[in-house]
Write a protein that binds this ligand. Structure first.
Ligand code: ASP
Length: 429
């Protein structure tokens, strides 16, 4: 059995076991303590921690290598501009899609609110100005300790450029970073080997806790989000990739590993090691592009989250019987696009930003309490789309820069390993 098949089997088994435990023994304290909060939690949490542990060193080292390989700050400016533009455009499309589709289906009409539904006190989202200010670290070590992705990116960009400017002396430093990158890749390969067990435990725990019964009263909302997510995946990204001459089917096939990791962990950020590896070794994107676009995308590009926010807005407006006008829709598109930049790439972060979107158009923030019950399940699905969006934009940017190896992209096996890829002479180097 291939490795991906084992991961998929782990996921499926996790869901089946979780649903069964929820249905058969959900009330038993022994099962809860020993199995759900015991075995499943320990194995699942350790697996996520192992991947998260790699994120900061990987992003720093890989981006420093990437920037020095790009060499010219103008190239980075161009790549940066394209990437940012595409991330914002795809998010705006996602939210327009979600709003239009939700208007068509009108989820939430006739929904009856019970008193216990309407308590929600979430955290306040950060103001957008603070998001900008916080991009620049005052202390790089603190940025790494706190895992502040945008701050780490800014530091790595400056550091990488300065290595190039330092000429001969800088070469020693870049050699060290290139070797270190290889060591980090090997660590990631080791950790990824545990994935089938890790995703099994994560999904078994989630489904044992949540069950599927919660979906029933909210089936309209749930279904609308799912269809909008599928449209984004199969229509928006497909058109985007096609426009640049890339096969959407091959893209989706090659992206199945990062998408299943994102689904199991509900965190684009913890998925970065897998996304980066897949884009380089299976889709043929050069490290100089992917090392920049992937961590940036995991942090600021959240199309799936934007879709949930769009549908949730219409749903909550319907439940409270509030009419939305064109200006409200435009405000939602703008706020949700900007909100996705400020949404941390961790489980359930999207709900906090939803509070900001609702507040902007004067909808009751307590409405979030209605959908919180099934957010855990939707979070998994939307995180997979978030990661697919990062991948699609990365491929398109790489293709437009002549930094995508079409042979690798077209090959179902991709490159066997990053190590082999770097060892082999590359036509573009
Ligand atoms: N879990 C999502 C992510 O990490 C963010 C969210 O929508 O809550 O991409």
């Amino acid at each position: 059995m291939s490795f991906t098949q084992r991961i998929l089997l782990g996921m499926l088994a996790g869901i089946v076991v979780g649903v069964a435990v929820n249905g058969l023994a959900g009330d038993s304290t022994a099962v809860q303590t020993l199995l759900i909060d015991g075995l499943f939690r320990v194995v699942g949490t350790i697996f996520v921690a192992l991947l998260q542990l790699m994120v900061v060193p990987l992003v720093l080292v890989s981006l420093v290598c990437g920037v020095t390989a790009l060499g010219d700050p103008r190239t980075l400016g161009r790549v940066g501009g394209k990437t940012l533009g595409l991330y914002l455009i795809t998010t705006a499309i996602a939210i327009v899609l979600a709003l239009s589709f939700a208007m068509l289906i009108s989820p939430g009409e006739g929904f009856v609110i019970s008193d216990q539904d309407i308590v929600y006190d979430g955290n306040d989202p950060p103001p957008f100005a603070d998001v900008l200010i916080n991009m620049v670290p005052q202390n790089p070590v603190r940025a790494m300790v706190e895992g502040q992705m945008l701050q780490i990116i800014v530091f790595a960009l400056l550091f990488g450029f300065s290595i190039t400017l330092a000429g001969e002396r800088g070469k020693h430093v870049i050699n060290f970073f290139t070797d270190l990158n290889e060591v980090i890749m090997q660590m990631i390969f080791l950790i990824i080997k545990l994935a089938p067990i890790g995703v099994f435990a994560l999904l078994a725990r989630t489904f044992a806790n949540e069950g599927l019964a919660l979906i029933v009263p909210l089936a309209g909302y749930f279904g609308t989000v799912v269809v909008a997510l599928l449209l984004q995946l199969f229509v928006t990204y497909s058109l985007l990739l096609r426009t640049f001459g890339l096969s959407p089917m091959r893209f989706l096939m090659q992206m199945r590993a990062p998408m299943s990791f994102a689904f199991s962990m509900s965190s684009s950020s913890a998925t970065i090691p897998v996304t980066l590896n897949t884009l380089e070794t299976r889709l043929g994107v050069q490290n100089s592009i992917a090392s920049f676009t992937v961590p940036l995308g995991a942090t600021i590009n959240m199309d799936g989250t934007a879709i949930m926010q769009g549908v949730a807005t219409v749903f909550i407006a319907n439940v409270y019987g509030i009419d939305l006008h064109l200006t409200d829709f435009l405000t939602v598109v703008l706020t949700a696009t900007l909100a996705s930049i400020g949404t941390a790439a961790v489980p359930s972060a999207g709900l906090i930003m939803l509070a900001m979107v609702l507040g902007q158009i004067g909808l009751p923030v307590e409405g979030i309490a209605l959908i919180i019950g099934i957010d855990r399940l939707l979070d998994m699905l939307r995180t997979a789309v978030n990661v697919a969006g990062d991948g699609a934009v990365t491929c398109v940017v790489a293709q437009s820069e002549g930094a995508l190896d079409r042979q690798v992209f077209a090959d179902p096996e991709g490159m066997l390993s990053a190590a082999e890829r770097r060892a082999a002479p590359h036509p573009d180097h």
